[in-house]
Design a protein around this ligand. Structure first.
Ligand code: NDP
Ligand code: 2IT
Length: 449
């Protein structure tokens, strides 16, 4: 991706010079700045106010020690983070990731993306992200609890229902949110909506568990209808990952009549030409917390292959990457294109490398960037915050209808913005521009901060 505008180019270069060791963050900055040229040309006041320089510098970043005892009584030390990127349009909002790969670059990239995503939802949420380089795999329940309690003891100093509201992400689901919430309540003696993704018995919202995956398919349905006069029905579909986002993307895709033939985890992928049995996947991943290779023991007609990127060599019409960043590279994109893929929509955050995205766009494949198509999770978190503030709960139907409306509106916002700036069909540019404009206007109104 090239940046032609001299101001954007200068800011990108300064960002590279400042943090040369943060490839994921620099990639996310390049992806956004690479599409903002027409906006900057139309609004010279943004340059005069140093707006882009401020946008790429998080408002605050904290890094902290998380010490905890394992089941053998041995002390373990992990590193915790919270990056509060931008609060122009609302309190910081964004998930927590527990994965051994977590570092400052990854948390900064996720926080930066979250700023635009949250803006696109239309709800008043700024952008943040956090996490730890803790590996939940193979840990006992008691170890997870002790880790979460130690993590929250420190994090609680920096968050608040009107300041910063974390949620889940990779490695942080309902169990972890429960332990984190309990510890916050115990330390502060305060029962507030400090986290989203909570259990239904203590302030959670219906549909939050399913929201990212369902939202992805609501977006895809609208995108296919408007851009191709088509629908997900009967489309052979490949979904990477088998976590929260992947499972509920698969569920809604099947409900819409698509044929989901493959899913994966970080060790390998399953191929089930008869259509993936989601009851089996849920049992393995959600209940037993085991590996996806177990699937073939229960469905012997399916195949299991080691290595996760092989999933992109399966011929399909829809590809939904729902695992992690940079899981789909240029050569994977080329295979998908050669096999006739029609649509790629991101459930994960930046799963497609920038040159893979360029290849899809060049080949005329419909492409949806994660900051638009996976925004259903954080949007429903926003609805959870709203219910908490009202001390009230909406029905499943009410939340689901609001989620559908938000996803349809995000699609149209991105689609229309792309058209307005002469890039019809380029949802990446459209989503970046639409997400950026609201944040930029709020920043301009609030002065130099
Ligand atoms: P989960 O922890 O529930 O699942 C993650 C899935 O991705 C697992 O199948 C995991 O496999 C796989 N995975 C993780 N890291 C890697 C890796 N390095 N290589 C290959 N596979 C990997 O997380 P979520 O489903 O919540 O998150 C998935 C993606 O969606 C992330 O990019 C996240 O940021 C994004 N997202 C999540 C939202 C949410 O509400 N949860 C909202 C919007 C986006 P394994 O079990 O082997 O690790
Ligand atoms: O990447 C994301 O949007 C999330 N992990 C969800 C964040 C949230 O606050 O619900």
């Amino acid at each position: 991706m090239n940046i032609k505008n001299p101001y954007l180019q200068k800011v990108y270069q300064q960002t590279c010079d400042r943090d040369p060791d943060q490839p994921e963050f620099l990639n996310a900055v390049l992806e956004v700045l690479g599409t903002l040229e027409p906006v900057i040309e139309k609004h010279p006041e943004f340059e005069a106010a140093g707006l882009i320089e401020r946008l790429v510098e998080p408002e605050r970043m904290v890094q902290f020690r998380v010490a905890w005892q394992d089941d053998n009584g041995k002390t373990q030390v992990n590193r915790g983070y919270r990056v509060q990127c931008n609060s122009a349009i609302g309190p910081y909002k964004g998930g927590l990731r527990f994965h051994p790969s977590v570092n400052l670059s990854i948390i900064k990239f996720l926080a930066f993306e979250q700023v635009f995503k949250n803006s696109l939802t239309g709800l008043p949420m700024g952008g943040g992200k956090g996490g730890a380089d803790f590996d939940p795999k193979g840990k006992s329940d008691a170890e997870i609890m002790r880790f979460c309690q130690s993590f929250m003891t420190e994090l609680s100093k920096y968050i608040g229902a009107e300041t910063d509201v974390p949620a889940g992400d990779i490695g942080v689901g309902a169990r972890e949110i429960g332990y984190l919430f309990g510890q916050y309540k115990r330390i502060r003696n305060e029962y507030t909506g400090i986290l989203t993704g909570k259990g239904l018995s203590y302030g959670g919202s219906l549909v939050r568990t399913q929201a990212t995956g369902y939202g992805l398919l609501y977006f895809v349905r609208e995108m296919l209808a408007v851009m191709a006069n088509d629908s997900p029905k009967d489309k052979v579909t490949v979904i990477s990952g088998s976590g929260n986002v992947a499972i509920y993307a698969a569920e809604k895709a099947q409900e819409m009549g698509a044929k989901v033939v493959a899913m994966s985890d970080s060790n390998g992928y399953l191929y089930d030409p008869n259509g993936v049995r989601l009851d089996v996947v849920k049992q393995i991943k959600e209940v037993r917390r085991e590996r996806i290779c177990e699937y073939v023991k229960e469905v012997p007609t399916a195949q299991y292959h080691k290595g996760c990127r092989g999933i992109w060599s399966i011929p399909c019409e829809m590809a939904l990457p729902c695992a992690t960043q940079n899981e789909l590279l240029l050569e994977d994109a080329q295979k998908l294109i050669a096999n006739g893929v029609k649509l790629v929509a991101e459930g994960a955050n930046m799963p497609c490398a920038l040159d893979a995205v360029a290849a899809f766009q060049k080949a005329g494949v419909l492409y949806a960037p994660g900051k638009a198509s996976n925004a259903g999770g954080v949007a429903t978190s926003g609805l959870e915050m709203c219910q908490n503030a009202m001390k009230y709960s909406w029905s499943e139907q009410e939340v689901d209808e609001k989620l559908q409306r938000i996803m349809v509106s995000i699609f149209h916002n991105a689609y229309t913005s792309a058209k307005e700036y002469g890039m019809e069909g380029n949802l990446l540019a459209g989503a970046n521009i639409a997400g950026f404009m609201k944040v930029a206007q709020a920043m301009m109104a609030q002065g130099i901060l």
